[in-house]
Structures are given as C-alpha cells and as structure tokens.
Design a protein. Sequence first.
Length: 193
Amino acid sequence: MLIVALLGLMLAGTGVPIGPQPGVIGYVEEGRFHPLLELESAQFGPFDPMRMALTGGVLRDAFADGGAEFPIQAERQYADPKGDTAKYGLVPGRSFESQFFELDRGAKPHSSSRPTPELEQSLRRFLADDERSGDMHVLYATDLDADGKRELWIAYKLPSGGSGRMVWEQRAAAGAWVELADSCYRCDSGSAD
C-alpha cells in the first residue's frame, strides 16, 4: 500500500493524470483526430491538451456499435488561431464525414437519436447569420449531461473549403442555444486545424 501511495505522489509531480481519464469526443478528417470536448461524470468541458495524451487509446464511434475502430498512432501539437496550444492525433488514411469518435469509449455507445425537425429549425434560425450554417448537417441529438436540454452534433463545410464539427446545446429560453465546441479544419490557412 505504501508503494502505491509513493507511486501516486511521483506521478502527480510529473503531470501524468491519475485515475480514470474523461472521455474525449472528436472527429476524424484526412488522417487526423480533432478532439472537440471532454465528457466526465456527465459534464462537458473543453479538451485540455496539456492534461491529456491522445496516444495509447482506441477510437470508436461515439454513438453507434460496430464500424471503424482504430488507435491514434501519434499526436502533434500546434498553435490554434488564437495562439493557444492544441493537439490532434494521427490516424493515417482515415476520414469520416458524418461520425464522431470517442477515445477509449466505454462498453456501449452513447444514446442518441435523429434531431426533431423543430429542434433543428430552432438552431438554424439561431445561426441564420453564421457562415457555418450554409452547408450544415445536424447528425445527432443527445442529452449526455442529463440536464433535460438536447445537444446537437453537427458537421459543416464553409464556402472557403474548410470543414468542421460543432456541438450546440439548447437553453431553457425558447430558441436560445450555447456552443459547447467547434473545430474547423483548413479554415485558417496558417494553422494545422
């Protein structure tokens, strides 16, 4: 028992996470896994590139059984358009236009459904002046944080050729939404994402 405690103290000093890591959900495009957000104890949070490593785990469809299952072979750091440190994972030869993947997903996929037309139209009205809404595909509706408000999981393409994924959650006020995550690949020619 003393050895376990000492090992825990040593790892804490190295910055290596101790205990179970949160689920990391993102998307795969042109051989890169782009982490969008973390899900831990039914709470969403931004992916923290300084706290979590992307290598050593397996990516699986976050919302369906079966299908592609593959490891991240390496990770790369870069500065995002805001100058913050970001990461992506290398998954050579992989690209999926309409799926979200979770690193080390549990035994079962997360529960999801097709969004109702009313829910999708509410978000489209909210994003009417947003360039991402032009070629936007709402793929899934979920309530992963069990707060009674639906999350919409979306793929989009920009006229400039960039593409990405975003997650929005409805608010209690009718027609109000909050963005939980957004990542756009090739939307800024000066960045890797």
